[in-house]
Design a protein around this ligand. Structure first.
Ligand code: IZC
Ligand code: ZN
Length: 418
């Protein structure tokens, strides 16, 4: 069999192999590392992963792209499973407010925060949103990312703007080498018009918006910001159950700022993942472990909000599968750099390098329901591969704030080169 692409002499090959189930407990820290590794690809799929030379039966021909992995670390393409990719404008005006001690929820309650991004998103044309998000995707790809989740949520009551964001995400998925999975997040803030009657807005989400998104297959997931002053636990439950009933996979922004019981709700309702979890309770962590809810931790956000990070160690110990993502958004984490989040996960959440790489590959894929075909380097999976100019995983995480990417392969093709 002739390989279309081979990466050989790989100093550190991080496979994260072992199937499609997310890794928990000790296994989260076992990333299947091979020294002096080799990977072969054909028809966009991985046909061999191992040590030393290619086995008999897999050949290099004139047409094979051969990449020298000497001195490099090779991992599954990174997966950014929580982003607010498509939006207008930016919020650098909030920096001085934050330094003066104004809280995220205070800025939101005063009509800023998410509401200011909503205005900018409403005012932007689809083309403008597309070009801005394209630029971010290029940046993400350059950091080794091959799959991105993208939430709507800057319509806040204007369903038209929500649809505009989702259409842009779907078009980007068609046009850009990075795969984009859209999430409907109409439940991101209470529109000003419903301030006195938020349940009426929940009625609209549940009875009109969610069914429309599901019927027209515009998004795979539905997300809700369960937070003090935003959607209560009861309102979030209604939204999650409506999503499930209509065939959308539920996710939840849980216990990001105030400890409300979002982790417990995620487990109770069978969300695929609960995200943030800075204030998750002991009970919430226990419930998530029992329900196999994936914890998506966002250390760039706790850093930006100058808060303690989520309790990753307790979660791993309890058997919760942990994923890590950027939360790229214009308010609480204006950075597309997933490599930086890997360092923050290590230094601020005390995650070990092998736990971290599992968190941004296989476990992130599982949080998106795509770990059957991506997220690890093993025979039969898509050839989504990141090649880093670093001798090992520890070095990559330790030497931080720079971009280690040398090349990125998506579906067997080199789509980024330094
Ligand atoms: O625009 O502030 N946390 N939603 C919930 C966000 C952060 C995004 C934003
Ligand atoms: Zn978010």
């Amino acid at each position: 069999m002739k390989a279309s692409l081979v990466i050989e002499n790989i100093k550190t090959l991080v496979t994260v192999r072992g199937g499609e189930m997310p890794r928990t407990g000790k296994a989260q820290g076992q990333a299947g590392i091979i020294e002096n590794g080799v990977v072969a690809v054909k028809d966009g799929k991985i046909i061999f992963v191992g040590e030393g030379d290619l086995p008999e039966g897999i050949e290099i021909s004139e047409d094979t792209v051969v990449i020298d992995g000497s001195g490099k670390t090779v991992t599954p393409g990174l997966i950014d499973c929580h982003t607010h990719l498509v939006h207008g404008g930016s919020r650098e005006n909030e920096l001085a407010m934050k330094l003066e001690g104004k809280g995220y929820l205070e800025i939101l309650a005063a009509g800023g925060g998410i509401h200011s991004t909503t205005k900018a998103t409403e005012n932007a044309t689809s083309q403008e949103l597309y070009e801005k998000a394209w630029k971010s995707l290029q940046t993400m790809l350059g950091f080794g990312v091959t799959t991105v989740e993208a939430k709507s949520g800057y319509g806040i009551g204007s369903f038209e703007t929500e649809l505009k964001q989702i259409e842009v995400a779907n078009k980007l998925n068609q046009d850009h080498p990075v795969d984009i999975l859209p999430t409907f997040m109409g439940a991101h803030a209470i529109p000003a018009a419903y301030k006195e009657n938020p349940d009426q807005f929940v009625d609209k989400l549940v009875n009109e918006m969610i069914p429309h998104i599901a019927e027209n297959k515009l998004a795979k997931f539905c997300d809700v910001f369960c937070e003090e002053g935003v959607f209560s636990v009861d309102q979030s439950r209604r939204i999650i159950l409506a999503a499930k009933k209509n065939g959308l996979i539920p996710k939840i922004h849980a216990d990001e700022i105030v400890s409300l019981g979002g982790a417990e709700l995620a487990a109770e309702t069978g969300c695929i993942s609960a995200e943030h979890l800075i204030g998750a309770s002991d009970q919430g962590i226990k419930d998530m472990a029992e329900a196999d809810t994936i914890a998506v931790l966002l250390p760039g956000t706790s850093f930006n909000l100058q808060k303690n990070g989520a309790r990753a160690r307790d979660m791993i110990q309890a058997g919760v599968p942990v994923a890590v993502s950027t939360d790229y958004n214009p308010g609480s984490c204006p950075s597309e750099n997933l490599q930086l989040m890997m360092t923050l996960a290590s230094l601020t959440l005390k995650m070990l390098p092998e736990e971290v790489i599992t968190a941004v590959t296989l476990n992130a894929a599982a949080a998106l329901g795509i770990s059957d075909h991506t997220g690890s380097l093993e025979i039969g999976k898509n050839a989504d591969i990141a090649i880093f100019d670093a001798p090992n995983l520890d070095y990559m995480i330790y030497h931080f704030g720079i971009n280690h990417t040398d090349k990125v392969v998506k579906g067997g093709k080199v789509v980024f080169e330094k």
